[in-house]
Design a protein. Structure first.
Length: 354
C-alpha cells in the first residue's frame, strides 16, 4: 500500500542515518495517509548499499562513464523496472546512480539526493543539504544540521525499556563522543581534559551518561570506561554493555555534551530540544565552523566552557520539513482521488488529521 520508496547509501553510517531519518519521517501516519493512494511497484524491505569502485571513485560523479559498471555485478541488477516512486540517497558516491535512476525511469521516480552531489543540480528532483554547505537552487532544501528523526513508537519503546531513568530527575547529562575524522582529532590531551571536566561535573551532582561512537579511538573508550566506573557514571560503547540506551538517555537527560565533529550527533540532541554543550576537539573545518554557528544562532547549542546550563528552544525537526516537501511533490504528481462526503451520499470522509 502506498508508494515504493528505496533507501540508498554508500554504506557510510552517517549517510545511511540521514536517509533512514527522512524515510521514517515520511512514514509517519499523518504523512503516509496523504500518499497511500499511490500504487507503488518494486517495493523493497531493505535499504540498498552501493559500493562503486576505482577508477570511477577517483573522478567527480558528473564525469562517471557508464556508472553502473562501477558497481559489483550483483548491485547492478537493481537498475531495472519496476522503478520506485521515490529514491532517497545520501553521499557523493551515490549521486551518479540517483541521476541514472531519474533518467532510466523517464522521470517517473522522484529522486532525492541528501548532501551536496558535487554535480549538476538539474540531475535531481530534490537536493537536501545542510546550511553550512551553502548550496542554493530551486530544488534545494537547506537544513540546520542533519535531518534527524525519531519515530514516536521508538521513543515510547525506549522510554519503557529504560523507565528506571525517570527516577533520576534533574541534573542529568548525556555525553555523546565522536572521534577521528578528516577534519578533527580526538587526542589523548583532549580526552584527559574532558575526563577532568566530567569528574568535576560529577562532583557537582550531575548524573552523567557517557556513550561513544564507531569513530571514538579505542584508548579514549578505555579511558572513559574507567572514568565512568570511578565516578559512578553510566557508560555504553557497544552491545557488550547491554541494550543501546542512546535514545533513552536523550529522553531522560536535561542537557547534552556533544563533541563538535558530527553533524548527526549534534542534530540528534537538537531533535530532542536538549541544551547542547559542544565539546572542542583538535582540528577545524570551515563547513563545521558554519554548522556550529548555525546551531548557536538557532539557540540549540553553545560551546562547553566548563559548566552545564539549561535553556529552552524549539526542537530541531528538519527531517519533518524534508518529508513534507516530498509529500507535496508526490501529491502534485499523483493527485489524491476525490472523496465524497457522507452527507452527500458517499461512503467515506477524510480524517481530521489529513
Amino acid at each position: 500500500m502506498g508508494p515504493s520508496v528505496w533507501a540508498v547509501s554508500d554504506g557510510r553510517a552517517g549517510n545511511a542515518a540521514q536517509v533512514r531519518a527522512i524515510i521514517q519521517a515520511l512514514g509517519s501516519t499523518s504523512r503516509w495517509m496523504k500518499i497511500a493512494h499511490i500504487q507503488g511497484e518494486g517495493h523493497r524491505e531493505r535499504p540498498i548499499v552501493l559500493t562503486p569502485r576505482a577508477p570511477w571513485t577517483w573522478l567527480p560523479g558528473a564525469r562517471w562513464p557508464m556508472e553502473r559498471l562501477a558497481l559489483p555485478p550483483e548491485q547492478r541488477t537493481i537498475f531495472q523496472p519496476p522503478w520506485p516512486d521515490v529514491w532517497i540517497a545520501a553521499g557523493r558516491r551515490s549521486a551518479p546512480f540517483t541521476a541514472a535512476i531519474r533518467q532510466l525511469s523517464g522521470g517517473k521516480t522522484l529522486t532525492v539526493q541528501v548532501l551536496d552531489p558535487k554535480s549538476d543540480r538539474g540531475d535531481f528532483d530534490l537536493i537536501v543539504v545542510p546550511e553550512h554547505d551553502e548550496l542554493e537552487g530551486p530544488n534545494v532544501i537547506r537544513t540546520v544540521g542533519a535531518p534527524s528523526y525519531f519515530a514516536p513508537d521508538d521513543i515510547e519503546d525506549a522510554g519503557q525499556a529504560f523507565a528506571d531513568l525517570a527516577d533520576e530527575n534533574g541534573k542529568s547529562a548525556i555525553i555523546i563522543l565522536g572521534g577521528a575524522s578528516k577534519t578533527h582529532t580526538f587526542s589523548d590531551a583532549v580526552a584527559d581534559r574532558l575526563a577532568q571536566d566530567l569528574k568535576r561535573l560529577s562532583g557537582q551532582g550531575w548524573r552523567l551518561r557517557i556513550t561513544t561512537s564507531r569513530r571514538t579511538p579505542i584508548p579514549v573508550i578505555a579511558k572513559m570506561r574507567a572514568l565512568a566506573g570511578e565516578i559512578g557514571a553510566r557508560f555504553w560503547a557497544g552491545p557488550d554493555d547491554g541494550q543501546n540506551p542512546y535514545l533513552a538517555w536523550m529522553l531522560y537527560s536535561d542537557v547534552a555534551m556533544v563533541t563538535e565533529d558530527s553533524a548527526n550527533m549534534l542534530s540528534d540532541a537538537a531533535f530532542h530540544g536538549l541544551p547542547i554543550h559542544m565539546v572542542r576537539l583538535e582540528g577545524s573545518n570551515p563547513k563545521f565552523d558554519r554548522l556550529h554557528d548555525s546551531l548557536i544562532k538557532r539557540g540549540c547549542a553553545r560551546w562547553f566552557e566548563g559548566t552545564l546550563e539549561q535553556w529552552p528552544y524549539e526542537p530541531l525537526r528538519e527531517a519533518d520539513r524534508v518529508a513534507d516537501e516530498i509529500v507535496r511533490r508526490l501529491v502534485a504528481r499523483h493527485p489524491q482521488p476525490a472523496m465524497k462526503n457522507l452527507k452527500d451520499g458517499g461512503g467515506v470522509v477524510a480524517p481530521d488529521w489529513l
